[in-house]
Every structure is written in structure tokens, then in C-alpha cells.
Design a protein around this ligand. Structure first.
Ligand SMILES: CC(C)(COP(=O)(O)OP(=O)(O)OC[C@H]1O[C@@H](n2cnc3c(N)ncnc32)[C@H](O)[C@@H]1OP(=O)(O)O)[C@@H](O)C(=O)NCCC(=O)NCCS
Length: 203
């Protein structure tokens, strides 16, 4: 029976792999990008580097098969991403050309513009998260339990409000968040994305 535990540095490669296997609106993104390593460089690894205390994994026999990770303070995370994270990764991932919009270019643009995470409509919900489980571990209650761990950690840190952004194509995840008490906030400037918020103190 898989169990939830805190993230450890030895989970890093498994976390990156899970991010790739679920990175195309919940489906496998490995064939979508020339270098799929860009996905975890944006959406998973900076979080475990910056706030490992907010990262939890689903462990099956010593192997991470799912995770929830995030930040308590999106604004502080964005500053750190620009100042510390980007310089460490931009040798491997230089800025994209201004034309030629391949899927890799789109991702690279996201990497090089961390300020995209500062969305006015959710600024009063400072924390945000990402959650992904390998396909064989979905639909068994682990996602609910992982979000519960994350919310508990936020409450322990005195953070009362959180948000997340997701692809509107990911209808399964949207049903999941609805079941967990998230509600949508309109943010029409970000096409294709839905922004959901939740009070960490709500049951
Ligand atoms: C989305 C995800 C994190 C949900 O975790 P999960 O373990 O599969 O979900 P759970 O089993 O904990 O489900 C919790 C509730 O959500 C509902 N739910 C979960 N997935 C659902 C789906 N695809 N359609 C409808 N309802 C769903 C469950 O029925 C359950 O409801 P209940 O507890 O009231 O009976 C997981 O499926 C996943 O990692 N998917 C691929 C990656 C992804 O899309 N990540 C989110 C990116 S925004």
C-alpha cells in the first residue's frame, strides 16, 4: 500500500519523471518535446529546491510515484526563481527565439518569464501547488490525501489561502479540484488556463 512521506533529495529524478509522464494536460508529455527535461525544470524541481518542506511524495516500496509540491508565497517564489533558479538552468535552457514557436519554445518562454505566475486575480491567495500521480496510482484517493498534506503544511505555516492554475483541457483534474472544494476565479488574460482558489482552513 503506497504511503505519503516528505520529499527527499533522492526523489529528485523520480519527481522529474512523474512531471514528464503527466505534463501534457495530465497525459504523457515525453514525445511532445524535444527536451522534456524542460517541464520539471519549470513545474517541479524549483519547488523542491526552494521549499522542500512543502513537498510530499506518494511512496510505493521506496519509489516516488506521485507528488504534491508548491510554494507558500508565490511572489517570493517568483523573485527567487528569477534571481537564483534561472541563472542555474539557463545554460542548458537559453531564452527561446522571438519567432519559431515550437512546443519547446513555448515552454522555454514560460521558464524565462516567471513573472507570469503573478496573476492579479489570485494575488490574495499567496500559495500555489502542483500535483501529479503516475497513471497506475490515479483514482484511488491518493490525490485527495496529498492535497490534504499540502493544506495541513500551509495551515501549520499560517497560510490561509492558496490557488492553482491548470490547463482547461485537463477535465479530469478539474473534476478532482471541484470535489476537493476549489472554486474558479476568472482570469481572462491567461487564455487556456483556469485559476482555482481554496481556503486552507475550510474542511
Ligand atoms: C488529478 C489527480 C492529481 C487526482 O488525483 P487522484 O488520486 O486520481 O484523485 P482521487 O482518487 O484522490 O479523487 C478524489 C476525488 O476526485 C474525484 N476525481 C478524481 N479524478 C477524477 C476524474 N478524472 N473525473 C472525475 N472525478 C475525479 C474522485 O472521484 C474523488 O471523488 P470523491 O472522493 O468525492 O469520491 C491525478 O489523477 C493525476 O495526477 N492526474 C494526472 C496529472 C494531473 O492531471 N495533474 C493535475 C494537473 S493540474
Amino acid at each position: 500500500m503506497p504511503t505519503i512521506r516528505r520529499y527527499r533529495p533522492t526523489d529528485r529524478a523520480a519527481v522529474a519523471e512523474i512531471c514528464i509522464r503527466t505534463g501534457d494536460a495530465g497525459g504523457d508529455a515525453s514525445a511532445k518535446y524535444r527536451d522534456p527535461g524542460l517541464l520539471p525544470t519549470i513545474y517541479a524541481l524549483p519547488y523542491v529546491e526552494h521549499e522542500p518542506e512543502l513537498a510530499f511524495v506518494l511512496d510505493d516500496d521506496g519509489m516516488a510515484v506521485g507528488y504534491v509540491l508548491g510554494t507558500a508565497d508565490t511572489s517570493a517564489f517568483v523573485s527567487w526563481f528569477r534571481r537564483v533558479w534561472l541563472p542555474t538552468v539557463e545554460v542548458r535552457y537559453p531564452p527561446p527565439p522571438s519567432s519559431a514557436r515550437t512546443p519547446d519554445d513555448e515552454l522555454s518562454a514560460a521558464l524565462h518569464r516567471p513573472e507570469r505566475m503573478l496573476v492579479a486575480q489570485v494575488a490574495d491567495h499567496p500559495a500555489h501547488l502542483h500535483i501529479d500521480l503516475l497513471p497506475g496510482y490515479q483514482g484511488a484517493g491518493h490525490g485527495r490525501a496529498l492535497v490534504g498534506e499540502f493544506l495541513g503544511a500551509l495551515r501549520g505555516a499560517g497560510v490561509a489561502q492558496m490557488h492553482l492554475s491548470m490547463s482547461r483541457r485537463n477535465t479530469g483534474a478539474r473534476a478532482f479540484y471541484d470535489r476537493l472544494g476549489f472554486r474558479e476565479v476568472a482570469a481572462p488574460d491567461v487564455p487556456g488556463a483556469a485559476f482555482l482558489v481554496r481556503d486552507t482552513l475550510a474542511p
